[in-house]
Write a protein that binds this ligand. Structure first.
Ligand code: PMP
Length: 382
């Protein structure tokens, strides 16, 4: 099987991640941050080490501001709903995943906020200007993806962050598709809240998300409960990370995340990016030579595009192409990729797109095979 669906979740994971998860389950699988016995303390110390590593990796000023959640969607819901105030205004980009668009739209339907959608252009200046034009006196937050999960566009996060900072607006970034592939520095990029799942570019198992806060923002909580701290009070703790970490965290996944970040540091994020880009560019160039293959973006390269490729075979639904690829043992994702806004922007709501998303563990030979099979399918369908 050629697995080109790493934007959904990375598979395979580094062997060090397997070992770390296994070690956590076999050797110290107690509940971290609860009991005082040595196994619980060992578990707590792994969680703490991972918090420190993640904070350093993303330029988060304090390790306690790294909050472990269930997935990227939960991190984004916590940030968006935690910031929203009755009567406030939000701005999101036209490339947002439903993990951003739906909570924001839900808040609007509940009469809590209003929001506008900023267009994304191939020029950074135009994109920043489109956000700027939408700012109102009551704009509370800009929520923006770093990389589109469908078309690979890289948004000018640093410049949008600067705009948000100058305007006193909270800046929330969805790094689901960029974490582990592009450098992210919360301070340099003026990011107030950074959200992501851990199971994609960070190579952790599923069931773990991260929300990093630049400071102890006055965020409302989405859920409350046991934190293993301040248990004599019914009031949710106001200190980080306990304020946002109610309930037992996913210890084996956190151990896996720790190993995943270590692995990325050892390979080098730039090398990971370059390897993925080599494969995506190869496929892009080959598809460009063919009649009847629809490509939606310029040739993927930084700073505008990350290594992710959406295409269609003219007149054929993306689901059909994905099914034929699966029959040839190639795993891709078709359809709308939980990204209604992005597909509306590119006019692909009717067909969806076939998305190819290789990872460090794929090879150029696999990319060559994918091109060969796409050509074969195209011929079969014509
Ligand atoms: N944002 C983007 C851009 C994504 O690609 C995804 C995952 N497809 C998410 C948010 C949500 O992540 P999760 O599925 O872990 O909740």
């Amino acid at each position: 099987m050629i697995y080109f669906d790493n934007a959904a979740t990375t598979f395979v994971k580094p062997r060090s991640v397997h070992y770390a998860v296994n070690r956590a389950m076999r050797n110290y699988g107690a509940n971290p941050g609860r009991s005082g016995h040595s196994l619980a303390l060992a578990a707590s110390s792994v969680v703490y080490e991972c918090r420190c590593k993640v904070a350093k990796f993303f330029g988060c000023p304090k390790e306690e501001n790294v909050v472990f959640t269930l997935n990227g969607t939960m991190s984004l819901n916590m940030a968006i709903k935690g910031v929203a105030k009755k009567g406030s205004h939000f701005i999101i980009s036209c490339l947002e995943h439903n993990a951003v668009a739906r909570p924001v739209d839900t808040l609007k339907r509940r009469g809590i906020i209003e929001y506008d959608v900023a267009k994304v252009y191939n020029s950074d200046e135009e994109t920043v200007e489109s956000f700027k034009k939408l700012i109102k006196s009551n704009t509370k937050a800009i929520v923006c993806t770093h990389v589109s999960n469908v078309f690979g566009n890289v948004l000018p996060i640093e410049k949008i962050g600067q705009l948000a900072r100058e305007s006193g607006i909270t800046f929330i970034v969805d790094a689901a598709q960029s974490a582990g592939i592009l450098n992210i520095d919360m301070k340099k990029m003026n990011i107030d809240i950074l959200c992501m799942p851990a199971h994609k570019g960070l190579f952790a198992p599923m069931g773990l998300g991260i929300m990093l806060c630049s400071s102890s923002l006055p965020l409302e909580t989405l859920i409350e409960g046991g934190t293993g701290s301040a248990s004599s009070s019914l009031v949710q703790p106001d200190f980080m990370p306990d304020r946002f970490e109610s309930g037992t965290v996913n210890l084996p996944a956190i151990a896996g995340l720790d190993a995943g970040v270590e692995f990325i540091n050892s390979v080098g994020i730039k090398n990971i990016f370059n390897h993925e880009q080599r494969m995506v560019r190869y496929m892009y160039d080959e598809f460009s030579k063919l009649d009847g293959i629809e490509l939606y973006t310029p040739r993927p390269k930084l700073p505008g595009f990350a290594p992710l490729l959406s295409f269609n075979i003219a007149e054929v639904g993306s689901d059909k192409v994905a099914q034929l690829l699966d029959e040839e043992n190639i795993a891709v994702r078709a359809g709308l990729h939980c990204a209604y806004l992005a597909h509306s922007h590119y006019g692909t709501i009717g067909t969806g797109t076939v998305r190819l998303s290789p990872s460090l563990f794929n090879t150029v030979d696999e990319a060559k095979n994918v091109v060969r099979i796409v050509k074969k399918i195209k011929k079969y369908l014509s």
